[in-house]
Ligand binder design. Structure first.
Ligand SMILES: [Zn+2]
Length: 363
């Protein structure tokens, strides 16, 4: 018999453009005029020097919510040298420094211009308009490539970056790139992952929240960084310098839960899906499962996963219980173990590894 797996996961629905009529709506005698859907737009948020493991150390509700409604990796890799200007040039051209040739990390126009086409040039070719809002002078290198329609440089820090970004989003640009400088600057001054560094991360999370609150439904958001850091620096190929966050959320982006379910479907498993604690308990009364996977928060209930686990254990069910959540803070892992779960993770890879170990190889 195939092993049976119960999934209690709420698919987080991405916000869709409100008011658009359904293509399956019953047709009237005279079809109502339908407006074309608004064209897709994109917003790229880059937090200079953000190490993804810092996200686990403090409450950053806006970054976390963005990840929860989209797909993400906390193990993405930047380029070498892991420095701001070469990394952002790679981010915005899609090629390595050996190709775009911007290997220095200051505004040095005498050393040469960027000749590789940027994302902004691609937007221009497509008839779209783009804007950059940045907090360091070295980004003039990208402005000088001549492809971005609006360029705003502010030296007043992350809060002003957010103010300027909101203006550009409101102005209707199709592609907006936003650079937050402060997390990197405090890392150089007080060390990466210091209390001051983590505090700055919370400040930028709040600034980011203000931008996200004005982002229209047709705008896809990417959140990433140019590099990490350790002690008071970066630039090497060490994991702490190379590892960056990468989050994408938007109207056409699958959420990680959906990707996990798709991956699980590839296994030769009997998978049953429910979306609430009540439905999970109900279906468990009717049949046996070899493994249960639950998310942690469902709707307003941030501890729904624990409640399902407690109820199962109270009823004497010792079926292995895995929590698949958007957070991977060590205290969450510990609490999950203390409550009798076998695993709590935000990694699809770790989740699938456990399932393969426990239920056998995929067929
Ligand atoms: Zn730096």
């Amino acid at each position: 018999m195939r092993p049976a797996l119960l999934l209690c996961l709420v698919p987080v629905l991405a916000a869709c453009g409100g008011g658009a009529s359904s293509p399956l709506a019953p047709s009237a005698a005279v079809p109502p005029p339908t407006l074309p859907p608004p064209p897709p737009r994109a917003l790229i948020l880059s937090i200079d020097g953000l190490r993804p493991d810092a996200i686990e150390k403090v409450e950053v509700a806006n970054i976390r919510q963005l990840a929860a409604r989209g797909s993400y990796s906390w193990q993405a890799q930047t380029i070498t040298p892991s420095n701001t200007l070469p990394a952002h040039t790679s981010m915005l051209t899609g090629v390595a420094p050996s190709v775009h040739k911007i290997t220095w990390d200051d505004y040095l126009p005498a050393r040469g211009q960027l000749t590789t086409p940027t994302l902004f040039a691609a937007a221009k070719v497509a008839g779209r308009r783009s804007a950059m809002v940045v907090g360091k002078e070295k980004f003039l290198t990208l402005r000088d490539s001549g492809s971005v329609d609006a360029f705003v440089l502010t030296m007043r820090g992350d809060d002003d970056v957010a103010n300027q970004a909101i203006l550009q989003v409101d102005a209707g640009f199709d592609l907006v790139f936003v650079h937050f400088p402060d997390v990197d600057l405090i890392g150089h001054e007080r060390k990466w992952l210091s209390a001051q560094y983590l505090q700055k991360l919370q400040t930028v999370d709040a600034a980011l929240g203000r931008i996200l609150s004005v982002v229209p439904a047709n705008m896809t958001v990417i959140l990433t960084a140019d590099h990490g850091g350790s002690d008071t620096g970066h630039g090497s190929s060490a994991a702490a310098h190379m590892t960056i966050p990468w989050v994408i959320a938007g109207p056409r982006v699958k959420v990680n839960n959906a990707l996990a379910v798709r991956a699980l479907r590839k296994f030769h498993l009997d998978v049953e899906e429910v979306t609430s604690t009540e439905a999970a308990l109900d279906v468990m009364q009717r049949r046996h499962f070899d493994l249960v996977i639950s998310d942690m928060g469902r709707g307003d209930n941030k501890r729904a996963g624990y409640e399902l686990l407690a109820e199962m254990r109270r009823k004497g069910s010792m079926v292995p219980f895995l929590i698949f959540s958007s957070s991977d803070r060590p205290e969450f892992r510990q609490e999950a173990m203390d409550r009798g779960a076998q695993l709590s993770t935000n990694s699809i890879v770790e989740l699938l590894d456990y399932i393969i170990r426990d239920l056998g190889e995929p067929k």
